[in-house]
Design a protein around this ligand. Structure first.
Ligand SMILES: Nc1ncnc2c1ncn2[C@@H]1O[C@H](COP(=O)(O)OP(=O)(O)OP(=O)(O)O)[C@@H](O)[C@H]1O
Ligand SMILES: [Mg+2]
Length: 442
């Protein structure tokens, strides 16, 4: 192509030169030849400019010869390819938007600063977002719940997400989850869990009602059995043994009912408990006494190491249930001559109540299931020791309501450590430094 263009230029200049020679004006002839060549190119450049400036990109390219034919057809092919790619992209985008709109879950794309960049159709009905007014608004200004703000600020968010009442329709219960992606962006997903939540409510009421209804008959039964056993001082009657067994099983049932009622009460706390200042030292001393009685014939070494100045803001009876469960577990699941150590201390993360034992331990696989209701590692052995598997579920709920958590370390056959971790704002410390200002005013 280029070659023929050189030839064209050469022939034009050559023939113009010959004509110039004939009329004895060689330079003039060459100049005329070059000018004709230039004018031809200018004509094509003008055509190209006119064609490209035309908004109708589908217009056929202008006709051209030589190198211009090549240039026009290459640009035309490029335009066509761009156009088909654009169509493909647009249809992919439409497909994505249609799929996102059809999603029953609300989806909101948030920038690094928490501003709304995009949301789907469901976000309008579930979260009450409006388009286009709410684009670029901070999500905190539109979902105004302290728990949501806390959830957003939390670096280690709960996998289960956060349940809130819909800001748009108060009959809807939503489960919110933040999914980080890309560079600092996040996708907020809200799912309607009203039905699941209602079923959960029904389950809670059912368990609560049943437990409540069982309480009275059980009290009557144990009462009569106690009287029967007390009247049979000589233990000689044939029925003594069976009644004794019935009495202990009825007692066990009473324990289960009590635990279920406690669990229901704990589940019904929708928010953190405030509580009062709890003297944990006093609690530990009481628990040590209990543990000694529970394991009186197991010759276990029971030790404790606790900060007497460290107190906790919370609900005393709930904390007592939780701590006592951990201590009684340690006594029950640690064999004779084993070691049990209780610790209560503070570090930069908060306050910790830890019960360590050198007992039978739990396998790695079972650890995540320990806090499930009625879960027992070894059912037969647990039943022998009187366990029902509600203890650790209670512990978990008590800690949740105190904004704390339970961490478990255990290795099979070696022992376990159960830690109740409380955040710093739950601590009431006598050693707390009193700010200078308030000293002065005192
Ligand atoms: N310190 C421990 N060492 C070894 N296993 C333990 C320990 N603590 C708990 N477990 C295991 O975890 C299971 C669940 O404990 P949890 O306290 O929930 O129930 P439980 O002790 O069986 O009954 P409950 O506490 O309701 O009387 C226990 O059955 C036991 O198998
Ligand atoms: Mg227990």
């Amino acid at each position: 192509m280029y070659f023929s263009e050189y030839w064209r230029l050469f022939l034009l200049v050559f023939s113009a030169g010959i004509v110039g020679l004939v009329i004895d004006q060689l330079l003039f002839g060459i100049l005329i030849g070059v000018s004709i060549y230039l004018v031809r190119h200018l004509k094509y450049i003008r055509k190209l400019h006119k064609w490209l400036s035309n908004t109708k990109s589908s217009q056929e390219p202008p006709e051209g010869s030589g190198i211009w034919f090549g240039i026009f057809s290459k640009i035309y092919a490029l335009q066509k390819r761009n156009k088909s790619q654009k169509i493909k992209l647009a249809s992919a985008l439409t497909r994505f938007q249609e799929a996102a709109s059809a999603m029953p879950d609300a989806m909101v794309i948030l920038t690094q600063e928490g501003k709304i960049e995009w949301f789907n159709q469901a976000a309008k009905f579930l979260l009450g977002l409006k388009s286009p007014q709410d684009i670029d608004q901070h999500i905190i200004n539109l979902i105004r719940f302290p728990a949501f703000k806390k959830y957003l600020d939390d670096q280690q968010r709960d996998e289960e997400g956060l349940e809130i009442i819909s800001p748009y329709n108060e009959r809807l219960i939503l489960q919110l989850r933040m999914v980080p992606y890309g560079r600092g962006k996040a996708l907020l997903v809200a799912r309607d869990v009203t039905r699941v939540s209602q079923l959960e409510q029904v389950r809670r009421h059912f368990v609560a009602n049943i437990s409540h209804e069982l309480r009275t008959p059980l009290t009557v039964l144990t009462g009569y059995m106690e009287t029967l056993l007390a009247n049979d001082e000589s233990n000689q009657n044939d029925w003594h043994q069976p009644v004794q067994q019935m009495y202990s099983q009825t007692n066990r049932m009473q324990g289960i009912v009590k635990d279920l009622l406690l669990l229901t009460r704990l589940e019904n706390y929708n928010q953190e408990v405030e509580g009062t200042t709890v003297n944990v030292t006093e609690l530990i001393e009481m628990l040590l006494e209990e543990a000694r009685m529970l394991g009186h014939n197991k010759k276990q070494a029971l030790t404790a190491d606790y900060d007497t100045s460290l107190k906790l803001k919370g609900k005393r009876e709930d904390l007592q249930s939780a701590f006592s469960n951990l201590v009684s577990n340690a006594v029950r699941y640690t064999p004779e001559n084993g070691k049990i150590h209780i610790k209560w201390f503070q570090d930069e993360a908060g306050a910790h109540f830890v019960v360590e034992d050198s007992g039978m331990g739990v396998s790695k696989m079972d650890i995540p299931r320990l806090t499930e209701r009625f879960f027992r590692v070894d059912e037969a052995r647990s039943r022998e020791t009187g366990g029902t598997g509600l203890g650790l579920a209670i512990v978990k709920h008590v800690l949740n309501s105190h904004n704390g958590n339970l961490s478990i370390k255990s290795s099979l056959g070696k022992g376990s450590a159960f830690s109740c971790n409380f955040p710093l704002d739950r601590i009431v410390s006598e050693n707390a430094v009193v700010p200078l200002e308030s000293n002065k005013s005192a």
